[in-house]
Ligand binder design. Structure first.
Ligand code: SER
Length: 336
């Protein structure tokens, strides 16, 4: 029996990850979320802590648990973080430091490094202009790392903090040679789930457009039709996390991997939505600040390292995501 800690368990990725672990006989899940977990999800886990991840009391309560894998999903996303940058820093950075410290202590006590799975983001990229974005095409992990948002800055820093805690913690201290944390990160594109709606992100226009159409509601898209960023269907996001966690450490040449699936423009998404729901009413009312955020994100990612090192291949391209996942499930969700 292994014990897995999931923070942000009530969020979009959290829901799907809890569904995944509920099917694993040998995994005990401890869930953390600021909000109360819906009863159907609370039933799927061994223990729930309703708490703020930046609360030191939570961290000390968790120290006695023999956690072998930690999925740190809790974060304020890009739009929410711009509304309250200090709070975003406290949650996204201090919260992550607390959990990395927790992992280090548990790893030291148990004698096995705690695997720390960290969802990073395409928001770590910062393209200076639409021309540069177009020229850059699919970007590598080490290019254009000049984020413009608090969220992107927080995530980029935490990627580095995770590496530090894994490789160089206390370089001049007695415990320097001990490896207690095994930090692994994925830079997620915008995720689209059939069963949940995101809140506080800037890639939210895609899922919002689809969920609105499925409910027969009009939707005013907050970015221009030509806006292009990478997206992924939620089952692939969960698959990537679980695969990276299971990958042989010797095969990993990086701590942080891009993963891609499809990279449509907002208009291409709208066309797919219109095809599935012909009555959909989609208009465009670009929001200047949110537009600037997505314009600074890359149009696509180069995920060849993930493909080579741990066999990453998405199951869903744009057509398959709509036809085999989003449309059938969303339709049944709203049909009651
Ligand atoms: N989905 C995130 C956001 O929009 C990007 O990682 O903030």
């Amino acid at each position: 029996m292994s014990t897995v800690l999931v923070t942000g368990a009530g969020g979009e990725i959290g829901h799907s990850l809890l569904d995944h672990f509920a099917q694993q006989q040998n995994t005990k899940v401890i869930a953390v979320d600021l909000a109360q977990l819906p009863p159907a999800y609370a039933q799927k886990v061994h223990k729930v802590y309703q708490a703020d991840i930046s609360d030191p009391n939570l961290i000390s309560d968790l120290e006695s648990e023999d956690i072998s894998e930690l999925y740190h999903l809790a974060a304020l996303l890009s739009t929410s973080a711009e509304k309250n940058p200090e709070r975003a820093h406290a949650v996204n950075v201090n919260g992550t430091l607390g959990l990395l410290t927790l992992s280090r202590k548990i790893g030291e006590r148990v004698g096995v490094p705690v695997k720390f799975l960290f969802p990073s983001t395409i928001a770590v990229y910062g393209l200076k202009s639409l021309e540069q974005k177009q020229q850059a095409g699919a970007v590598n992990e080490d290019q254009y790392l000049t984020p413009t948002t608090m969220y992107g800055i927080n995530k980029l820093y935490c990627e580095q903090l995770g590496g530090y805690m894994s490789d160089r913690y206390g370089q001049l201290s007695a415990s320097a040679s001990k490896k207690n944390v095994d930090f692994r990160a994925l830079r997620f594109p915008g995720l689209i789930s059939a069963t949940t709606i995101p809140s506080g992100g800037t890639s939210d226009y895609a899922p919002e457009m689809i969920h609105a159409a499925a409910q027969g509601k009009p939707y005013a898209c907050f970015v221009r039709p030509d806006t292009r960023i990478p997206f992924m269907a939620m089952p692939d996001g969960v698959k990537a996390l679980v695969q990276l966690a299971a990958a042989n450490a010797d095969a990993l040449t990086k701590r942080v991997y891009n993963i891609g699936a499809f990279a449509p423009s907002a208009e291409e998404i709208a066309e797919m939505v219109q095809g599935a729901f012909p009555a959909a009413q989609i208009t465009y009312e670009p929001h200047m600040k949110r537009q600037a955020i997505v314009d600074s994100w890359c149009a696509d990612v180069n995920d060849s390292a993930a493909r080579k090192d741990w066999g990453w291949v998405p199951d869903y391209d744009l057509n398959k995501a709509f036809n085999d996942y989003l449309i059938p499930i969303i339709s049944s969700v709203y049909a009651g």
